[in-house]
Design a protein around this ligand. Structure first.
Ligand SMILES: *Cc1c(COP(=O)(O)O)cnc(C)c1O
Length: 394
């Protein structure tokens, strides 16, 4: 049996097509031409799903992160803590919001190093942006308590964490504001799109206006209106709204979420158990209290030399399975040393060591048990081949 193509997207539910036909007939693609536009309905449905007071749909998760920082009213140059293991779009959103990203070390288990977090918080930060990279949740109890003790707001980048729970609470609803992505490689695929959720009256009013609710378009948001009049004409309009077409594609997928999460987790845990039978491969377990919603698997190479790591990736590829070792593929957007647009790229030995051994394989929820076995078997065989069956002691 051949390795499955893990890059193919899932089909979009047929209901979306009927709605798109309706939108094509009346041409109503702009969210503010009617009050019950698909984008407005998506916001209501998403807020209800998350148990949040407010939701604002925008062009991308990056736009949601940018607007969150702007809506917090941070001063120019404000220091924003972010994990050093994330996608380049995250430090970019901080730079875009005229703030200064401060990179925090990430441990071998892909979670934020709390000692470094605490030290950098104590050294001075105006906000914390927790990126749950690849859906891995850091210790949010500790992070929220430390941020609160320092009086610093927490933004959650939950782009890749839709459906993840922390002690039964939804990731993205723990901080002051949570941001999600509807880009194609996330749990809900609209090609592009993002959404933020919050319970904060003032933050949502500011974010709605800045997203491009010019003049009195904010009246079409069925949320508390008092703060809007206050901010009228006092904020820039960044025009990063979502189109009704994207909302039509997203809405029917929300009903599929729980099933995708359940299957994705089962797939991940099945492959993880098989990979952990190899002394050369290690899948870090979830933190206690974390219920994951993975659509990919990350694992560390253990005791392999650089040459063996490259041989492992080649041997997996020869068996039809693409493995990305974050720190070893050139120009990788998730390797912090490639973020040369930053004023200063710090040296972070812990995160660097992790990235040099951390592997990434997509594992979409639709895969069958047989397909998972092909992937797991290929990775195990590749590890055996690369190490000659006997990895060096770590
Ligand atoms: C995908 C992703 C983003 C960016 O989302 P966009 O909607 O493409 O802007 C940010 N952070 C993480 C962790 C992501 O996985």
């Amino acid at each position: 049996m051949q390795a499955p193509n893990v890059y193919d997207a899932d089909p979009i539910p047929a209901e979306a097509l009927a709605e798109i036909e309706r939108l094509f007939t009346n041409g109503d693609l702009f969210r503010y031409t009617s009050e019950d536009a698909p984008v407005a309905l998506l916001e209501q449905e998403f807020a209800a799903l998350m148990g949040s007071k407010y939701a604002l749909a925008v062009a991308s998760c990056s736009a949601a992160l940018f607007l969150s920082l702007k809506a917090l009213g941070l001063p120019r140059g404000a220091r924003v803590l972010i994990p050093a293991f994330t996608f380049a779009a995250v430090p970019s959103a901080v730079v875009h919001a005229d703030c200064t990203p401060v990179l925090v070390e990430v441990a071998e288990n892909y979670r934020i190093d709390l000692a470094d977090f605490e030290a950098k918080l104590a050294a001075g930060a105006e906000a914390v942006l927790i990126s749950h990279m690849r859906g891995h949740t850091s210790d949010m109890d500790a992070i929220l308590a430390l941020a609160e003790a320092h009086g610093v707001p927490v933004i959650e980048d939950a782009a890749h964490s839709l459906g993840t729970l922390w002690h039964g609470r939804r990731i993205g609803t723990l901080g002051k504001v949570g941001c999600f992505s509807f880009q194609s490689y996330k749990m809900v695929n609209a090609g592009e799109g993002g959404i933020l959720v919050t319970d904060d009256d003032d933050l949502i009013a500011r974010a709605v206006i800045m997203s491009g609710a010019y003049e009195h378009n904010w009246k079409k948001h069925p949320v508390v209106q008092a703060r809007f009049a206050h901010w009228q004409n006092r904020l820039p309009l960044y025009n990063t709204r979502l189109s009704n077409l994207a909302a039509a594609v997203i809405r029917p997928q929300l009903a599929l979420l729980e099933e995708r999460v359940r299957k994705g987790r089962a797939n991940h845990d099945y492959v993880a158990a098989r990979l952990n039978t190899s002394p050369a491969l290690h899948v870090p377990p979830p933190l206690p209290g974390e219920t994951r919603a993975p659509d990919s698997i990350q694992f560390n190479l253990r005791g392999l030399t650089a040459a063996q790591a490259d041989a492992f990736a080649r041997a997996a590829k020869a068996r039809g399975v693409s493995v990305q070792i974050f720190g070893r593929s050139s120009d990788n957007a998730r390797a912090f040393w490639n973020w040369r647009f930053l004023a200063e790229v710090p040296e972070l030995p812990k995160t660097r060591a992790m990235l040099m051994n951390a592997c990434d394989v997509r594992l979409p929820a639709r895969l069958t048990r047989d397909e998972l076995d092909v992937i797991a078997g290929a990775l195990l065989d590749a590890a055996e081949e690369a190490t000659g069956g006997v990895p060096d002691a770590a």
